[in-house]
Design a protein around this ligand. Structure first.
Ligand SMILES: O=C([O-])C(=O)C[C@H](O)[C@@H](O)C(=O)[O-]
Ligand SMILES: [Mg+2]
Length: 429
């Protein structure tokens, strides 16, 4: 083994990044949201970068793993998973609560650990690629496409946060006209031609009207609606019936495999999920019951880029569609998503990305969408460079925070506007 490929050091930098007041069924995004940047430095002097969720429970698991990987080869990714099993065993995080108010699906100890390891895996792949002069997609077997298509992620939103934070120039979108205006800007500035509306915010008839308005504005273009499991089976079937002629798929209309299976049995509209199938353990029942027709993979949940490819193989075997979910993320994760997406033959739909909502980044050159697509980089590693000054500024913000923003809490943010607000019980409608 070339000692230049051994890990000398891992640096973990928690940061807070600006997030607009985007609404979902749990509440509204806080002005800042936590992310964790992982740097893996090799003895050869190469630094690889990765990114994952930054809430405290992820940090707690990342710290012992960072200490334990020193001295191991960056290429030993299977060993990384085994090591994580050993050193990230117990913590306050290891209970079975749902994560981020339920938006990230179940929260098992395994899934939390995999989300942490994903940041390390991507950083190791970046370091390995840079050391060998190969792009990450080559380390995953090679790209099968030169560009990856993304969708516009439309949100109901306010013009500004009730309690400050950065203000952007998107304005409010709380009705069909606002949603269409937002979609037009996404189409104009980024070239997106598939549109997903985050629903579960307003009563279903209002969201049906918004999707109908989108269908009129963008005839025959792929449309999706995602209420994050906020509806009953009956409501889900009602919405599916109303929108069956315009929806590409309905995303997590109801919560959990059992209810999703009941919805799937009553409609021909395909159902997608990033909530009821987010771990391998959830696959057999969901596939056996035909509860979901599209899995929205998220390399953070599934444990990185190799594991995402394994999931793609499972979906291929069972004839289930595959695309990608996104949560608030930066340019490092977008680069990682693009590399893995480039290698998966059965990537059937335009992938989600929050990236246009993120005005702050930690890479020196931001990604640019053209015709709704990103070009797959052939530069060594991920093809992005860390902006250390920006990283320091965003870390300083994290250090200065009194703890309020260090854990994502959309219900707490909503209480700034509506003091009585409690996370709605499901089904909400
Ligand atoms: O597709 C999804 O369900 C998501 O992207 C979950 C996210 O947490 C989204 O709801 C958000 O950021 O509000
Ligand atoms: Mg979703």
């Amino acid at each position: 083994m070339d000692t230049a490929l051994l890990i000398e050091e891992v640096r973990l930098t928690p940061i807070l990044i600006a997030d607009p007041p985007l609404l979902n069924t749990q509440g509204v995004h806080q002005p800042y949201t936590p992310r964790l940047v992982v740097e893996v430095v090799t003895r050869g002097g190469v630094t690889g970068i990765g990114e994952t969720y930054g809430d405290g429970k992820y940090l707690e698991l990342a710290e012992p793993l960072a200490a334990a990987v020193a001295g191991r080869p960056v290429s030993d990714l299977n060993g990384l998973f085994a090591l994580a099993d050993e050193v990230c065993a117990d913590s306050r995080a290891a209970d079975e609560r749902v994560d981020a108010g339920g938006l990230r699906g179940v929260q098992t100890a395994d899934k939390l650990r995999l989300s942490v390891v994903s940041g390390f895996e991507v950083a190791c792949l970046d370091a390995l690629g840079k050391s060998l002069g190969l792009p990450v997609h080559a380390l995953l077997g090679g790209k099968v496409r030169d560009t990856v298509e993304y969708s516009a992620y439309l949100f109901y939103r306010w013009a500004e946060h009730p309690d400050g934070g950065e203000r952007d120039d998107w304005g409010a979108a709380v009705d069909p006209a606002g949603v269409v205006a937002q979609a037009r800007r996404f189409a104009r500035e980024y070239g997106f031609s598939a549109f997903k509306l985050k629903g579960g915010v307003f009563p279903p008839d209002e969201e049906i009207a918004a999707v109908r308005a989108l269908a009129e504005a963008f005839p025959d273009q792929p449309l999706r609606l995602d209420p994050n499991g906020a509806w009953s089976v009956e409501t889900s079937l009602y919405v599916a019936e109303q929108l069956k002629d315009v929806l590409e798929y309905l995303e997590d209309p109801a919560s959990g495999t059992e209810l999703m299976a009941a919805v799937a049995a009553g409609t021909d509209v395909p159902l997608a999920t990033n909530m009821c199938v987010t771990t391998l353990a959830e696959v057999p029942e969901a596939f056996a019951r035909d509860a979901v027709q599209v899995i929205l993979s998220d390399h953070h949940y599934w444990g990185g880029l190799h594991r995402t490819r394994e999931l793609a193989g499972i979906c291929r075997t069972f004839g289930v569609g595959l695309s990608m979910h996104s949560n608030t993320h930066l340019g490092i994760s977008l680069a990682a998503m693009t590399h893995v997406a480039a290698t998966v033959p059965n990537l059937d739909y335009a992938c989600d990305s929050h990236y246009p909502w993120q005005t702050e980044d930690v890479i020196t050159t931001r990604h640019v969408f053209e015709d709704g697509r990103l070009t797959v980089s052939d530069a060594p590693g991920l093809g992005v460079e860390l902006d250390r000054e920006r990283l320091a500024v965003l870390h300083r913000r994290w250090l200065d925070d009194d703890g309020t923003m260090r854990e994502r809490d959309d219900a707490a943010a909503m209480r700034k506007a509506e003091p009585q607000w409690r996370t709605p019980s499901i089904p909400r409608w």
